[in-house]
Write a protein that binds this ligand. Structure first.
Ligand SMILES: Cc1cc2nc3c(=O)[nH]c(=O)nc-3n(C[C@H](O)[C@H](O)[C@H](O)COP(=O)(O)O)c2cc1C
Length: 300
């Protein structure tokens, strides 16, 4: 995988504005003076602390930062005032229009749109800018149906276990125990079996596209990184006329079963951190759904 590496500063181009110094969180740029007491900016990363955020590349007004191993930064005027790209009201409308979509048209999602979604995910932040996320995109109808079936089999196994709930209950505690004994669990499982028999897909909702995010389990931040990437992808999809839904069941299934990960070609070192479906919604919502009031502790 190519990685950005900052090599230094092109002295001929540098206008010594010092913006690179301010933009660099580990402070790897500094001002030095030569024998003639002339100011010079240098990049010194002897302890390899650069986390390749690329901020210096997008702040230098004269393209003086020397680098390798990466695409060039994308410079555009609006970046100076992102608030002018989209008003808060419009952003809130977009945020409130996003819904988990579980009813899709049969139309496939064009590959360019899937690529655009992945591109939005590529630009999401990650802890220490590790960007260690990998994706699997499934658009093959049979493969999606097979995955849905596999995920559903987890529910069926759970259903079988329920028959022994009174025997199992003494060995489990907390939420698991409550779920095991709750009539709601039995009802949901019965409903699942009944509707699946009728041809409904309650796992992946016959979506035409499934995106799986997997990554090395490098830190406690991996799940947060994945959540942000998927959120980026969901909003990108929304802006392209597509609907999405995070599928926790598929996520759970792929996280739990090594065999299932192997079937999808997910490397041994990787875990699954999120699964979402994409497609053209076959229903139109009229507005934003209500949410609970905020719980905030202000410390002013
Ligand atoms: C982490 C996560 C896991 C989810 N898993 C599922 C799932 O397995 N199946 C499903 O139908 N919806 C799933 N959802 C969708 C939630 O039910 C949905 O986001 C929530 O009800 C709020 O509705 P909204 O997304 O339309 O605003 C999941 C959402 C999240 C964030």
């Amino acid at each position: 995988m190519s990685r950005l590496k900052i090599l230094g500063i092109d002295e001929k181009k540098c206008i010594k504005c010092e913006d690179c110094i301010l933009s660099c969180s580990p402070r790897l740029f500094q001002v030095i003076k030569n024998k003639k007491m002339e100011k010079k900016i240098i990049f010194d990363d002897r302890f390899h602390r650069c986390f390749r955020c690329g901020h210096c590349l997008t702040i230098c007004p004269v393209d003086a930062i020397l680098y390798e191993g990466s695409e060039p930064p994308e410079l555009f005027n609006e970046a100076k005032h992102p608030e002018k790209i989209l008003s808060f009201d419009d952003l809130m409308k977009l945020i409130r229009s996003r819904k988990s979509i579980r009813v899709f048209k049969e139309d496939p999602v064009p590959k360019e749109k899937i690529e655009a979604i992945l591109e939005a995910m590529r630009y999401s932040p990650s802890a220490s800018n590790r960007q260690n996320r990998e994706y699997i995109v499934i658009t093959d109808k049979e493969k999606i149906a097979s995955l849905s079936n596999d995920v559903g089999s987890m529910m069926l196994k759970l259903g079988k276990l329920l028959k022994f709930k009174y025997l199992l209950a003494p060995f489990v505690t907390g939420v698991l125990r409550r779920r095991l004994l709750s009539p709601r669990t039995k009802y949901s499982l019965d409903m699942y079996v009944e509707r699946t028999k009728k041809g409904d897909d309650l796992m992946l909702f016959k979506a035409p596209c499934v995106i799986i995010l997997h990554a090395p389990q490098y830190s406690r931040m991996s799940a947060a990184d994945a959540g942000i990437a998927i959120t980026h992808g969901m909003f990108a999809a929304l802006s392209l006329g597509l609907g999405t839904c995070w599928i926790g069941f598929a996520h759970e299934y792929l996280s739990r079963f090594k065999k299932a990960r192997r079937k999808l070609g997910i490397p041994k070192r990787n875990d699954v951190f999120g699964v979402f479906i994409v497609g053209y919604p076959d229903l139109e919502f009229l507005g934003g759904a209500p949410r609970r009031p905020l719980k905030v502790q202000w410390m002013e």
